[in-house]
Design a protein around this ligand. Structure first.
Ligand SMILES: [Zn+2]
Length: 273
């Protein structure tokens, strides 16, 4: 089985770039979602979020040490880029690789192309870097993704709009296969076949929506996808949610629903729009 260590850049106490969006926050979102996609599609993702270091040096060392301690095939780090000032101009995605490592180079090229395509971001391509601790010290063909520029309104809009597609684009390159939406439908069918009633599925969906509305889960895809699932499953969800029934369905959403169902939470405060 393909094993990938994927970490978010910087840390809880060590800030990354801050612009229209916050690098640490968004890198963590991307790592979480890409990991779900990897785990749902036959690979093993080992996630890492650095939560302890107070200095940049300790932060990078903790990340490197975590990566190198794992049994894995590939080291991936997720960052966001920044340049001076704020601009409306698109700047784009780039993926940094370890100089003179042809495998890292190829992976970086493919990742940059895929993120550019799915994210509607300019493709700045693969860039060799010889001065980054992560690339110099991680031993499994490291690549460092710079998803987009936090100081470009154009980049940030494209990133927000295409978050789910970007994560899918990253996961597909790492997996070296297309992630089929057919699998999502199969999983929904499994869910229904395994005996959950429509009411149980509906309760789980509404609960997920409440989680989002109460600020508990910043992952838009979860809720939007759940609403889409509701539409697909022909469930009696309030009409207010119909507008959301356009998002791609994902195994991650279904997985989240299944986990919710294992310990059904009480429904409270049905959301009103
Ligand atoms: Zn960074």
């Amino acid at each position: 089985m393909l094993k990938i260590v994927i970490s978010a850049g910087h840390g809880k106490f060590v800030s990354g770039a801050i612009g229209i969006i916050n690098e640490v926050t968004e890198a963590r979102r991307v790592v979480k979602r890409v990991s779900e996609l990897l785990n749902n599609n036959g690979a093993k993702a080992i996630e890492f979020y650095e939560d302890i270091a107070k200095t940049q040096k300790d932060n990078v060392n903790n990340i490197i040490n975590f990566h190198n301690r794992q049994d894995r095939d590939l080291d991936v780090s997720v960052h966001f880029n920044s340049s001076a000032g704020t601009t409306t101009a698109p700047i784009g995605v780039e993926v940094l690789y370890k100089s003179l490592n042809p495998y890292s180079f190829q992976m970086a090229q493919r990742l940059s192309t895929s993120i550019s395509f799915y994210g509607e971001l300019k493709n700045r391509g693969a860039k060799p870097r010889a001065d980054l601790g992560f690339l110099n010290s991680c031993t499994k063909n490291p690549v460092l993704i710079e998803v987009c520029f936090v100081n470009s309104t154009s980049d940030v809009n494209a990133y927000n709009k295409n978050f789910e597609q970007i994560c899918k684009g990253i996961a597909e390159v790492l997996l070296d296969k297309e992630i089929s939406e057919r699998e999502d439908e199969d999983m929904l069918n499994d869910l229904i076949a395994s005996g959950y009633t429509e009411n149980e599925i509906k309760s789980a969906l509404i609960d997920l929506m409440n989680v989002r509305r109460n600020g508990g889960d910043p992952n838009h895809w979860t809720i939007d996808g759940a609403k889409y699932l509701a539409g697909r499953a022909n469930l009696d969800i309030p009409n207010d949610y119909a507008e959301y029934a356009k998002q791609p369905i994902t195994r991650g959403i279904l997985g989240a629903i299944i986990r919710k169902m294992e310990t059904p939470p009480p429904l409270e405060n049905p959301p009103n729009n």
